[in-house]
Design a protein around this ligand. Structure first.
Ligand code: PSU
Ligand code: MN
Length: 314
């Protein structure tokens, strides 16, 4: 299909695929998908299969998928099959919001984090976004100051992020505190517990619970009016059958944290290094958990996007 122009891509450096541009213009449901989880969170070749599978899950529930990345300096919302090949082909930079200007200005490629994906989704007119885990406050942040830019981005970007909470590798209560400070509502989906990614319960409660896509959509509509432009988190625990065994989880976490300290891994390399450690050390179990939860989040995000499209947000 030839690429058609869209007003957004003409006015600035932002490319929407024809399918995404048409859906946004017509007010049809669209779900943004993140590319860092493909490029840095999942090993090849499973990442390429996952990219297709997530897009199919969104379509199966009646929405248009829009995977986001920067290629040849162009921020893209909605990728073709060959563009997904590039994202999953290895060696892509990890782009948070601070990296968007440099990557675009210098004509580079990169996979977008939650923060950068939310920023580009909002610019494209897409307000629902599915991913696996949110970045947050790292353990030891009082010394290292390592707090994911995902939190600041959510504070100032009106996007609903459907995820499975944050990983136990982070400081979970500090992350929840910061989301509260930034006035980002956290909604448990059919749960009162904030999910811990591999595990259904991080040990910390959520302030609010919703039990259907319609309830999530109702909250999002109201938050768009009252929430001062902030995003929101819809946190869905991994399906019961796919939860990682508690003992295995705790062992991998302890080993992984020791490995980071030993190797001196810091900054933006921390999350990918720990994910790899979990995937390698669990004999594939953590990968199955990871794939199952992003799939479920893509489905739920599509259902919420369909609800929102039925009654447009003011
Ligand atoms: N958490 C996960 N899997 C991931 C990430 C986080 O369970 O793949 C990725 C997301 O792209 C998230 C980013 O936005 O890591 C956060 O990185 P940092 O902590 O460097 O901001
Ligand atoms: Mn960081």
């Amino acid at each position: 299909m030839p690429h058609v122009s869209h007003p957004v891509s003409q006015s600035g450096r932002l490319w929407l695929s024809p399918e995404v541009a048409d859906a946004v213009a017509a007010g049809r449901p669209v779900v943004a998908l993140e590319s860092t989880l493909l490029a840095h969170g999942l090993p090849a070749p499973q990442n390429r299969a996952a990219a297709d599978e997530l897009e199919s899950a969104v379509r199966a529930h009646g929405a248009v998928p829009a995977t986001v990345a920067v290629l040849d300096g162009m921020p893209r919302v909605g990728l073709s099959a060959s563009e997904l090949d590039r994202v999953c082909g290895g060696d892509l930079a990890k782009l948070s919001v601070r990296d968007l200007g440099p990557a675009v200005g210098l004509g580079r490629d990169g996979a977008t984090t939650v923060a950068a994906t939310a920023t580009l989704a909002q610019a494209a007119g897409v307000s629902v976004f599915a991913t696996g885990g949110l970045g947050g406050v790292h353990r030891g942040a009082a010394e290292t100051w390592d707090v994911s830019a995902d939190l600041a981005a959510l504070a100032g970007t009106a996007v609903l992020v459907v995820c499975s909470g944050v990983k136990s590798i982070l400081d979970v209560p500090a992350t929840l505190e910061m989301l509260e400070t930034e006035s980002v509502p956290v909604l448990g989906y059919r749960t009162d517990a904030f999910p811990g990614f591999y595990r259904r319960d991080s040990g910390h409660p959520v302030p609010w619970r919703v039990d259907s896509p319609a309830e999530a959509a109702a909250v999002w509509r109201a938050h768009r009016v009252l929430g001062r432009g902030a995003g929101a988190v819809l946190a869905q625990p991994v399906p019961v059958a796919d939860e990682l065994d508690a003992g295995l989880h705790d062992r991998l976490l302890a080993e992984g944290l020791a490995m980071l300290a030993e190797r001196g891994v810091t900054g933006k390399d921390v999350t990918p290094a720990l994910l790899e450690h979990f995937h390698a050390g669990s004999g594939g179990a953590s990968l199955r958990t990871n794939l199952a939860l992003v799939h479920a989040n893509a489905e739920l995000a599509a259902q919420v996007a369909v609800e929102l499209a039925a009654v447009p947000v003011p």
